[in-house]
Ligand binder design. Structure first.
Ligand code: ATP
Ligand code: MG
Length: 567
C-alpha cells in the first residue's frame, strides 16, 4: 500500500466498515469534524440483545472518535408505547456501560413535523387520501408493476389543508384518511409510491397527552429528527436500506434550498443480530409475556437485556460477544453457543467460587469425630488473588452430589465407589467404604473413611488421587431452590417457517430443583453477584430470593454440553 504507514494499515484492518466511513468523513472535514450519533429505540418494549448490538455501535463509535451519542426515543405511535418501557430502556443502556449526552424524543418535533407537512401540502407535494388502507395497498403495485394513482391525488390544496386539520382535531375518524406524500407511483422503489406520512391515532400519548391526533409515520419522522438534532451518522440495520432514498429525499425537502454542504445526516446500515433458539421481534416477545408463556420481560430465558441480567450475564460478556460477531452488510444467524462461550470466558475471570449441591445424598465419614467442626479456607477466585478467601465448615456428615457415587462403577469412574479414594475439595482424602439403600434400592447414605494426614495445604498432603469432589457440611449449609435454564425454543430458527412460534417453545426450558443446598457464603451474596458453583456452572442469586427461601439462576454450565448433545 502506498502512502500509508504500517500503523495506519494496521489500524485500517481492524476497523469495521462503519468506522471506516466515519474515519474518512472526519478526515475529509465533513460536518466541521463533528461526529454525532443516536440510539433511537421505540419505547414499545424492553431492549433485547439485538438492540445491544446497535447500542455498542452507536455509543461505541461516538466514544471512540470523540463524538456524542444521544438517546432518542422514537415515540411516534402512542398505541404501543409506554413510560414503563422508557425507564427500562435507560436502565439497560446504563447497565451495558454507556452514557448518552442528551435524551431527545421524536414527540418533541411533532410541531415542526406538522409545519413541514403543511408546507408540503401548500407546495402541492402532499395530499389527504380517504381510501381505506386495503385500497391503498392494492394500488401500490408490485416491484415490477407501477402503482395506480389515488383518485384523491389531485384534490385542491385548500381541501387538503382543511382535511389535514380535521385529521388532527378529532373531526376525522381513525382510519378514515391519511396524508400521503405526492412522489412517484411508478418508482422502482416502493417506498416512493406516495408513502403515507401521517395517520390518525385516537389515543393519549405518554408525553404529549391529547394534543395530537395526527401522528407522523416512521419515514416522516426519523430522518427529520436526525436533521433537527444535528446527527452526522445515522446508523441503523439493513432493513432500512430501501428507505434510505426517502430519508434523503425528505431532508432535501426540509433544507429548503439551503446548501448543507456536507452537513446532513448520513444513513449507514449494518446487519442485525439474530440469535439461534430464540426470537427477537418485540411483537413476539410481547406475546410471550402477555400470554404467560414466560414469566415477564425479565424471565431469564428471554433474550432481553433485563432477562440476561437476571440470569447472571455480565454486561462485559454481552459486549465481548458483540465484538466477536462484528458488523457486516450481510444478515446472518448468530450461534447462541458463542454468547455462552463469551459469558464463560468473562465469568471465569470474575465469578466467586462457592459450593452448592444440587442433587444431594448424605456422605458419612465414619472415622471422623462426632461433633467436631473444622473451619477450612476456600479460595474465592483462583483467577484473581485479590478476591481473597472465605471459610467453610467441615464435619462428619456432608452432602455430596448423587452422581458422585456409584455402587458399581465403570473402570474410569474417578469419583466415589467402594474402595476408591477421592479428595474432598479444600479438605481431606476419603476412601469409600459402602452405602445404605432403602427398600427400593435407592442409595440413602454413602460411607467413607478419611485420612487425617491428607488435609489440603498440610505438609505431605499432596498425595495424588484422581477425583476431587465438592461437598457441604449438612449442619452448616442452607437449603436453596436452583433454576436451570435451557433454550427457550427447541428449533434453531423459530422464525424460519410458517409455524407459529408458540408451537416451537422448548417444553423443558426451565427445570426447578427444589432440594438443593448452598454454603452460607453464597447466601450472603446479592442478586447480580457473579458466582461459580464449583464443578457445575455459573450462577447468580435471583431477585426473588429471600433469606428463608434462597433462589439461584444458572447462567451457563461450565462446559458446552449442548453442542455435544445435539450431535
Ligand atoms: P420492532 O421489533 O418493533 O420492529 P425494532 O427491533 O426495530 O422494533 P427499535 O426500537 O425500532 O426496535 O430499534 C432501535 C434500534 O435498534 C434501531 O436502530 C434498530 O435498527 C436496532 N435494532 C433492533 N433490533 C436489532 C437487532 N436484532 N440487531 C441489531 N440492531 C437492532
Ligand atoms: Mg423499529
Amino acid at each position: 500500500m502506498t502512502g500509508m504507514t504500517h500503523d495506519e494499515t494496521e489500524e485500517k484492518k481492524s476497523l469495521n466498515f462503519v468506522e471506516e466511513i466515519v474515519v474518512n468523513d472526519l478526515k475529509a472535514g465533513k460536518n466541521d469534524g463533528r461526529l454525532q450519533t443516536r440510539f433511537p429505540p421505540e419505547p414499545n418494549g424492553y431492549l433485547h440483545i439485538g438492540h445491544a448490538k446497535a447500542i455498542c455501535m452507536d455509543f461505541g463509535i461516538a466514544e471512540k472518535y470523540n463524538g456524542v451519542c444521544n438517546l432518542r426515543l422514537d415515540d411516534t405511535n402512542p398505541i404501543k408505547e409506554d413510560t414503563e418501557y422508557v425507564e427500562a430502556i435507560k436502565k439497560d443502556i446504563q447497565w451495558l456501560g454507556f452514557k448518552w449526552e442528551n435524551i431527545y424524543h421524536a414527540s418533541d418535533y411533532f410541531q415542526q413535523l406538522w409545519d413541514f407537512a403543511v408546507r408540503l401540502i401548500k407546495e402541492g407535494k402532499a395530499y389527504v387520501d380517504e381510501q381505506s388502507s386495503e385500497q391503498i395497498a392494492l394500488q401500490k403495485g408490485t416491484p415490477t408493476q407501477p402503482g395506480t394513482p389515488s383518485p384523491f391525488r389531485d384534490r385542491p390544496i385548500e381541501e387538503n389543508l382543511e382535511l389535514f386539520n380535521k385529521m388532527n382535531s378529532g373531526e376525522a375518524e381513525e382510519g378514515s384518511m391519511v396524508l400521503r406524500a405526492k412522489l412517484d407511483m411508478g418508482s422502482p422503489n416502493m417506498h416512493f409510491r406516495d408513502p403515507i406520512i401521517y395517520r390518525i391515532i385516537n389515543k393519549e400519548h405518554h408525553r404529549t397527552g391529547n394534543k395530537w391526533k395526527a401522528y407522523p409515520m416512521y419515514d416522516f419522522a426519523h430522518g427529520q429528527s436526525d436533521y433537527f438534532e444535528g446527527v452526522t451518522h445515522s446508523i441503523c440495520t439493513l432493513e432500512f436500506v430501501p428507505h434510505r432514498p426517502l430519508y434523503d429525499h425528505f431532508i432535501d425537502e426540509l433544507k429548503e434550498g439551503k446548501d448543507l454542504n456536507n452537513h446532513r445526516p448520513r444513513q449507514i446500515e449494518f446487519n442485525r443480530l439474530n440469535l439461534t433458539y430464540t426470537v427477537m421481534s418485540k411483537r413476539k416477545l410481547l406475546a410471550l409475556v402477555k400470554e404467560g408463556l414466560v414469566n415477564g420481560w425479565d424471565d431469564p430465558r428471554m433474550p432481553t437485556l433485563c432477562g440476561l441480567r437476571r440470569r447472571g450475564y455480565s454486561p462485559e460478556s454481552i459486549r465481548k460477544f458483540i465484538d466477536m460477531i462484528g458488523y457486516t452488510k450481510f444478515d446472518a444467524l448468530n450461534d447462541v453457543a458463542m454468547l455462552e462461550a463469551a459469558a464463560r470466558e468473562d465469568l471465569n475471570a470474575r465469578a466467586i467460587r462457592v459450593s452448592a449441591v444440587l442433587n444431594p445424598v448424605r456422605l458419612v465419614i465414619t472415622n471422623y469425630p462426632e461433633g467436631q467442626v473444622e473451619e477450612l479456607e476456600a479460595v474465592n477466585n483462583p483467577e484473581n488473588e485479590a478476591d481473597g478467601t472465605h471459610s467453610i465448615e467441615f464435619s462428619r456428615e456432608l452432602w455430596i452430589e448423587r452422581e458422585d457415587f456409584m455402587e458399581v462403577a465403570p473402570k474410569k469412574y474417578f469419583r466415589l465407589t467402594p474402595g476408591n479414594e477421592v479428595r474432598l475439595k479444600n479438605a481431606y482424602i476419603v476412601k469409600c467404604t459402602g452405602c445404605k439403600k432403602d427398600e427400593n434400592g435407592t442409595v440413602t447414605e454413602v460411607y467413607c473413611e478419611y485420612d487425617p494426614n491428607s488435609k489440603s495445604g498440610m505438609p505431605g498432603s499432596d498425595r495424588k488421587v484422581k477425583g476431587t469432589l465438592h461437598w457441604l457440611s449438612c449442619a452448616h449449609c442452607l437449603p436453596a431452590e436452583v433454576r436451570l435454564y435451557d433454550r427457550l425454543f427447541s428449533v434453531e430458527n423459530p422464525g424460519a417457517d410458517d409455524r407459529d412460534f408458540r408451537e416451537l417453545l422448548n417444553p423443558s426450558s426451565l427445570t426447578v430443583l427444589e432440594n438443593c443446598y448452598v454454603e452460607k457464603f453464597a447466601a450472603e451474596k446479592k442478586p447480580l453477584d457473579y458466582l461459580q458453583f464449583q464443578r457445575i456452572g455459573y450462577f447468580t442469586m435471583d431477585k426473588d430470593s429471600r433469606p428463608d427461601h434462597l433462589i439461584y439462576n444458572r447462567t451457563v454450565s461450565l462446559k458446552d454440553t449442548w453442542s455435544k448433545k445435539s450431535k
